[in-house]
Write a protein that binds this ligand. Sequence first.
Ligand SMILES: CC(C)(COP(=O)(O)OP(=O)(O)OC[C@H]1O[C@@H](n2cnc3c(N)ncnc32)[C@H](O)[C@@H]1OP(=O)(O)O)[C@@H](O)C(=O)NCCC(=O)NCCS
Length: 307
Amino acid sequence: MTRAQIIGVGAYAPKRILTNEDLERMVETSSDWIVQRTGIRERHVVDENEATSDLAIKAAQQALERAEVEPGEIDLIVVGTTTGDMAFPTTANIVQHQLGCRNAGSMDVYAACSGSIYSLSIGSQYVASGKYQTVLCIGAESLSRITDYTDRGTCILLADAAGAAVLRATEGVSGIIDTDLYSDGRYGELLIQPAGGSRHPATHETVDKGMHYCKMKGNEVFKVAVRMFGDCAESPHHRGRGEAAQAPHGARDRERGPLRQHGGGLGLRSPRGSVDERAARDGGPRAHGGLRRRFHVGRGADALVGT
Ligand SMILES: CC(C)(COP(=O)(O)OP(=O)(O)OC[C@H]1O[C@@H](n2cnc3c(N)ncnc32)[C@H](O)[C@@H]1OP(=O)(O)O)[C@@H](O)C(=O)NCCC(=O)NCCS
């Protein structure tokens, strides 16, 4: 049976750092409040000359180097992002050109915080089906570009970075066993960027009303996320598989207690946060950086990664 094995991972966070103390000067908040609620002390943000593809390319270069794969060997590039450089060309297309992956198809996947997981899932299906041999999966965001730095509910969380994984077909036992994707549009209003698409194209009015910023009902997102992770962990798909570890991709200190309860059916043994919580907080490194450290990529451990 053909599986997709992760043979190299990379990550990149921009140099500029925004600390909790910086945010204290911008909105009514305190570092203690932020740390207690989120575990975050500082976040990385792009400077005025950087865009999402720049982060994606650096992460991808590191992943290719570690995998000892040449750009020309890549058959497909999948980039999970909601803050691409522009509507089109896609960010994946820009990455393809800049890396010199001359034999690769490319696509962007819009799945917000779940972008890394979606890109891995899609990439692994192409490999497992036998269609492609080597696939580059990336999660990359420049969320600071759509962050309202007068909104203390979002600016404490959002930031910028990229993570990348090179997948290769293997007939061996190690590799991505399975991925399940879930979505529930009933909750779409809880986390939304209202303008910039065909519903509300950019106008002076949309800009004046701040409709291009990310809006979030954080407390409700928190509850839905914890409940859904538990449902996913307890689903018949995952029960009894005996995964070596589980990595809830967005889990922070505060979410781990509820996750242990809701994920009980699976025996959530190690629901640790999947990123160094001092580092950037976005859809990319949380998944890929966590995979690298926790599951010793290339050594064949089984894992369940939730989002
Ligand atoms: C965002 C989040 C940290 C907020 O924590 P919370 O405990 O739910 O906070 P609440 O929104 O219930 O607000 C509690 C109180 O803190 C206040 N508050 C909100 N943000 C604050 C801030 N940055 N600093 C200080 N106080 C703040 C609120 O106004 C509220 O005050 P009140 O009780 O006087 O009305 C938390 O809900 C969370 O992590 N949500 C999930 C977010 C997520 O994963 N999103 C997806 C990807 S980014």
